[in-house]
Design a protein around this ligand. Structure first.
Ligand code: LLP
Length: 440
């Protein structure tokens, strides 16, 4: 499977964005995250076009939890996207990137005072309130500055999409948001209405992540409109913005069939129009917050193959120079990945191997992938690592986090430097009494 601008070049090497990945590995070292800029931009454009053609009053937000740094903020700005920020750290990064903050939405189920303060002071467009405690905190922050903050309320529609249970978030039993069916959502809105420095502009929901079917998205859209009608009838509040979250799946494996932007937009917007007509509501501004669908397929991680171990009759382990520190998803969610030998990309696939990470536990990145004959020193390219890899990377076993390189039309640029061993030490402090003794 070749994704985005991935091609096999004349040398039989995998190329991305016109750059030879074997050359990238040599120049920047491994493990290395390679991001395909053209693919990221194309995904933004396809999603925006699919929505804007059916529903002109819409805004696409990029969920930065999936991939966040200064460069991606600039690309999103150039593509006319907004940002869905999930923390103060993400808000700070957007601010430093010069992103127009009025196009940002701050989420989170437990926003702290400093995050709310940063958001209000930096002009975050909307704060998506998750609970009544946040309403009180935000009221205080806004009142102190004499401002009225636009807010959305996150509600849980009670939908359980088909995906890994750790990334289902729309059901009633979740830490996120206020439940519609429990009555907490309407009660929360009544509370927010009574707070003079909060201006309720709309509702938000997010039902889960890496969802391949469209039914749950359509159902969520319908339920949210029905709830907007209830809100109008009972509280006389007009919902002028409806944010339906993210969650569209991507291709990790050859036979994965994520919905196309056109099918996704069609399902959501058909459901929306139907219910809006039925309940005679004004059309709200429509927002979606894809993360994985924008950057997932654009990312490839390059590793150098090291030890190859045979367990006769059972399996062959091909170890690489990274693992759960740069990609925790197989360990956390049993996530599946595809890979190819970047320096032998056109060689026949002759063996089934297990790709093992090098951490001090069983971190296998991929069970059972077909590869050609490989040897130590070869470059392995694991695909579809653009979302939730770099942002979830850790320093487990004192590994340094990899660099991120952005490739585009034959040019490669580092957008995140590789951490150094001294970076790791730079936050350690040694109390005087633990200094190594000079006599030793
Ligand atoms: N909006 C909200 C409020 C979210 O919580 C999320 C993701 C998104 C948007 C973007 O969802 P996406 O389009 O990327 O599916 N670490 C997990 C994924 C957690 C997703 C959390 N929320 C993973 O590696 O699969």
């Amino acid at each position: 499977m070749l994704l985005g601008t991935q091609r096999i070049n004349a040398q039989g090497h995998l190329a991305i964005g016109g750059c030879d990945t074997v050359e990238l590995a040599r120049q920047y070292g491994t493990p290395l995250y390679v991001m395909d800029e053209a693919d990221i931009r194309q995904k933004c454009r396809a999603l925006r076009a699919a929505y804007e053609k059916r529903y002109p009053n819409s805004l696409m937000l990029f969920a930065t939890k999936s991939f966040m740094n200064l460069a991606i903020c600039r690309i999103m700005d150039e593509e006319g996207m907004g940002l869905d920020l999930s923390s103060g750290g993400e808000a700070y990064t957007a601010l430093k990137a010069g992103f127009p903050m009025e196009r940002t939405y701050l989420h989170g189920n437990n926003k702290s005072m400093w995050e709310l303060t940063l958001a209000v002071e930096s002009g975050v467009g909307r704060i998506v309130l998750d609970n009544e405690r946040e309403m009180d905190l935000l009221q205080a922050v806004a009142a102190e500055r004499g401002l009225v903050q636009d807010v959305l309320l996150r509600v849980t529609p009670g939908i359980k999409p088909q995906t890994h249970s750790f990334i289902q978030t729309g059901q009633i039993d979740t830490k996120f948001g206020l439940g519609i069916s429990t009555g907490y959502a309407i009660k929360g809105l009544a509370t927010a209405k009574g707070l003079p420095n909060l201006n309720i502009v709309g509702l938000h929901c997010h039902i889960g992540s890496n969802i391949m079917g469209l039914d749950s998205f359509e159902m969520a859209a319908r339920m949210m409109i029905r709830f907007a009608a209830q809100v109008r009838d009972e509280l006389d509040i007009t919902i002028s913005e409806l944010d339906l979250g993210g969650g569209v799946g991507v291709r990790y494996m050859e036979d994965d069939q994520p919905p196309s932007p056109e099918d996704y937009a069609e399902a959501v917007i058909t459901g929306l129009h139907d219910e809006i007509e039925k309940y005679r509501l004004p059309h709200p501004r429509l927002l979606q917050e894809p993360g994985r669908a924008i950057v997932g397929e654009a990312g490839t991680t390059l590793y150098t193959i090291g030890t190859i171990k045979d367990v006769p009759g059972i399996r062959r382990y091909v170890s690489v120079d990274g693992g759960m520190s740069d990609n925790p998803r197989p360990t956390l969610y049993d996530a599946k990945y595809s890979a190819l030998a970047a320096n032998r990309a056109s060689a026949p696939l002759t063996q089934k191997v297990t790709v093992a990470g090098k951490h001090c536990e069983c971190d296998n990145l991929i069970f059972d992938v077909q590869l050609p004959e490989v040897e130590p020193g070869d470059i392995l390219a694991v695909q579809t690592t653009g979302a939730y890899n770099y942002t979830m990377a850790s320093n487990y076993n004192r590994f340094t986090r990899p660099a991120v390189v952005l490739v585009h039309e034959g040019t490669a640029e580092v957008i995140v430097e590789r951490e150094t061993l001294d970076d790791l030490l730079s936050h350690d402090r040694l109390p005087e009494r633990l200094q190594p003794s000079v006599t030793a």
